[in-house]
Design a protein around this ligand. Structure first.
Ligand code: 13P
Length: 278
């Protein structure tokens, strides 16, 4: 059973975090191991272009070695089909094609083709339907368009994607005020789509809402901004002191990023047994 499906069956969500450096990966993996949940390291297009897909996968494998939890490599919000397939070829466990800005029929056609190609290469495909407000790398939208349940059902049936990112009031970046997740819509989406759902824009969503979303079928929660902020705060604070070392800086980053990730993971297994996730 693949990791998305195992999470849906087990009633928990995996910890999916934007992780561009070894220090972030180690901190995320430590937090996930502590929570007894699989870790999903997410790279955007800029990161895989910078490091190379093979190097990113190598880093994830290396961070996962000897741990009590699996560590997966995931490509986030990719709009470049060639790059996505290169990542699948390089060993990414899952990849996301972001066709949310395209017309429905085009998004369906591309995801259907990519799902076949990814599966041959042993990678899972995450699709997106509806528009998530905010900015994630180059993908940006000022407004959100909620995912339509009837279209979602058709999208899943016609594409063969393994997981679906939904827009239900979640947004990338920092929320202005408290986020208002549309739980009746999420429930309807989960009822109509047999596959695991993905909640983007995790930063700033209250724990109670995360727990409720997971209990309704959300199996992967993406968090980026919170870790980026923790990372940069650590760098700034450390650099402002005298006599630093590279190792000291790495340690300071890990010590700041680990709790930032751990805070979210507390709510990814509503009422579940910590060992059931592995
Ligand atoms: P946040 O930066 O809002 O946590 O969202 C991250 C994300 O959804 C990446 O796909």
């Amino acid at each position: 059973m693949h990791y998305f499906q195992a999470a849906r069956t087990g009633g928990y969500a995996v910890g999916a975090f934007i992780a561009d450096t070894l220090d972030t990966m180690e901190a995320v993996a430590d937090a996930c191991a502590q929570a007894g949940l699989p870790a999903v390291m997410m790279a955007g297009m800029a990161t895989v272009r910078f490091l190379g897909p093979e190097r990113y996968v190598d880093l994830c494998r290396s961070v996962g070695r000897g741990r009590s939890i699996p560590v997966y490599a995931h490509l986030d919000h990719c709009t470049d089909r060639d790059l996505l397939l290169r990542c699948a070829e390089a060993g990414f466990d899952s990849v996301m094609f972001d066709g949310s800005q395209r017309p429905f029929a085009e998004n369906v056609a591309i995801c259907a083709e990519l799902a076949k190609k990814c599966h041959i290469r042993g990678a899972l495909l995450e699709g997106e339907l509806g528009v998530i407000a905010g900015q994630e790398e180059h993908v940006e939208s000022a407004v959100s368009r909620f995912t339509d349940p009837a279209l979602a059902e058709e999208f899943v049936r016609r594409t063969g994607v393994d997981a679906l990112a939904v827009s239900v009031g979640n947004a990338h970046g920092l929320y202005q005020g408290a986020p208002e997740l549309q739980f009746p819509l999420l429930e309807e989406l989960a009822r109509r789509c047999a596959i695991p759902l993905v909640l983007h824009g995790g930063t700033g969503i209250p724990g109670a809402d995360l727990r409720r979303a997971v209990s309704m079928g959300v199996c992967k929660i993406n968090v980026g901004t919170e870790l980026r902020r923790a990372y940069m705060d650590a760098v700034r604070d450390y650099a402002s002191q005298e006599g630093g070392t590279a190792i000291g800086l790495s340690q300071a980053i890990r010590d700041r990023v680990r709790p930032a990730a751990a805070r979210y993971l507390e709510d990814y297994r509503p009422g579940g047994d910590r060992h059931a996730a592995l």
